[in-house]
Design a protein around this ligand. Structure first.
Ligand SMILES: Nc1ncnc2c1ncn2[C@@H]1O[C@H](COP(=O)(O)OP(=O)(O)OP(=O)(O)O)[C@@H](O)[C@H]1O
Length: 297
C-alpha cells in the first residue's frame, strides 16, 4: 500500500489522451492512478476497466459517459471504497484511499429511502450514523439537525413534506429527498449513478436544475455516471468519455457554458454541437453501430 500520492504525470499521453486536461500540477482532490479492474479468473475472467488515470479537482462536477458496461459504475465503486482496484491506486487528498476519512454521499437510480421512516428522518439518517455528526445526534436532532433537514428539503421544493412517508411521494419527489439525504452530512464527494435515469423527461429536467443549484451553493465535488448526454453537458463542468469495455478514458472535455444553465440553453447550437460530438465519440467507442442509449442527441 502506498501512503501518499506520487506525482501523477499531468500530461495527456497517447495511451490515455487528455485525461488530465483540466488539472494542473497541484495535488488533485481525487486521483485514480493507473487503476484497472478484472473480475473472476480463467474462462470467467472479465476485465471491466483497462488501465485508467483520472484526476479530479475539489469542487469539480465530472460526468462519466460511455457505452454500457464500460466500467463507469466500477470507477464510482473504487472511489467509494466498495471495491479495490486489481492494479493501481486511488487517492483522496493526496493520500491513498482509507488513510484519511472521507465523507461520501451517494444517490442511485432507485431512491433507497427506508419505508418505515418519514422523509425528515430518512434525510436525517446520515447525521445519526456518520462522524462527527453522530456524536451530537441526540442533542441536536430536534433542533439544529432538524432545521438543517427542513432547509434542505425547502431548497429542493419539498417544504412541508417532512412528515410524509416515501410511499406518499412521487418518483421525482423521492429522488429529491434522496439527494437531500446524500448531501445532509456535507460530503467531501457526491457519487451519482444515473440518479435521474428512471424519471420522465420533464421531471428529470427539473431535477437537473435542482442538482445544479445544490452544487452551486454547496460546491461539493461530484462524480456523475449517466447515459444521458444532455444531462452530462447540462450538469458537468467536465465530461469524461469512456471507451467500450475494458473502459478507459478516451476524451476529457471541459464544459464552459455559463451557470446557471437553463433547459432552453440545451437547444442552442453550441450545446447541440457538443452533444453531437459526444455522441460521435460514443458511437465510435461502441464500434460505430449508431445506436446510442436513451438521452443522446
Ligand atoms: N462483480 C462482478 N463480477 C463480474 N463482472 C462484473 C462485476 N461487476 C461488474 N462486472 C462487469 O464489469 C463491466 C463494467 O461494469 P460497470 O457496472 O462498471 O459498467 P457501466 O459502464 O456502469 O455499465 P452501465 O452503463 O450498463 O450501467 C460490465 O461488463 C459488468 O458486467
Amino acid at each position: 500500500m502506498r501512503a501518499a500520492l506520487a506525482t501523477i504525470d499531468p500530461s495527456p499521453t497517447a495511451h490515455n489522451p487528455g485525461s488530465f486536461g483540466q488539472v494542473s500540477n497541484a495535488r488533485p482532490f481525487i486521483a485514480f492512478e493507473k487503476v484497472s479492474v478484472t473480475f473472476g479468473r480463467g474462462a470467467k475472467r472479465v476485465q471491466a476497466l483497462a488501465e485508467t488515470s483520472l484526476a479530479v479537482a475539489e469542487g469539480d462536477f465530472v460526468a462519466l459517459v460511455g457505452p454500457s458496461g464500460c466500467g463507469k459504475s466500477t470507477l464510482l465503486k473504487l472511489v467509494g471504497d466498495l471495491m479495490k482496484p486489481s492494479t493501481g491506486y486511488v487517492y483522496f487528498g493526496g493520500r491513498e484511499l482509507g488513510a484519511t476519512p472521507i465523507r461520501i454521499g451517494m444517490a442511485y437510480q432507485n431512491p433507497t429511502l427506508l419505508p418505515w421512516l418519514n422523509i425528515r428522518d430518512n434525510v436525517m439518517l446520515p447525521l445519526k450514523i456518520v462522524p462527527p455528526f453522530r456524536a451530537e445526534f441526540r442533542s441536536k436532532r430536534k433542533g439544529e439537525f432538524r432545521d438543517r433537514v427542513e432547509a434542505l428539503l425547502a431548497q429542493v421544493g419539498l417544504a412541508g413534506f417532512g412528515d410524509k412517508y416515501p410511499w406518499q411521494l412521487s418518483g421525482g419527489m423521492m429522488q429529491r429527498a434522496n439527494l437531500c439525504r446524500a448531501l445532509i452530512h456535507e460530503p467531501d464527494l457526491l457519487l451519482l449513478d444515473e440518479p435521474f435515469g428512471a424519471l420522465d423527461q420533464f421531471t428529470r429536467e427539473e431535477l437537473w436544475q435542482i442538482m445544479q443549484e445544490l452544487w452551486m451553493t454547496k460546491k461539493t465535488t461530484v462524480l456523475l455516471v449517466t447515459h444521458d448526454l444532455r444531462e452530462a453537458a447540462f450538469l458537468g463542468s467536465r465530461i469524461c468519455v469512456m471507451s467500450a469495455r475494458p473502459g478507459r478514458i478516451l476524451e476529457d472535455k471541459t464544459v464552459t457554458f455559463a451557470r446557471p444553465r437553463s433547459i432552453e440553453m440545451t437547444y442552442q447550437p453550441d450545446f447541440v454541437a457538443l452533444n453531437q460530438q459526444l455522441r460521435g465519440l460514443i458511437v465510435g467507442a461502441r464500434g460505430g453501430s449508431g445506436i446510442v442509449q436513451a438521452g443522446g442527441h
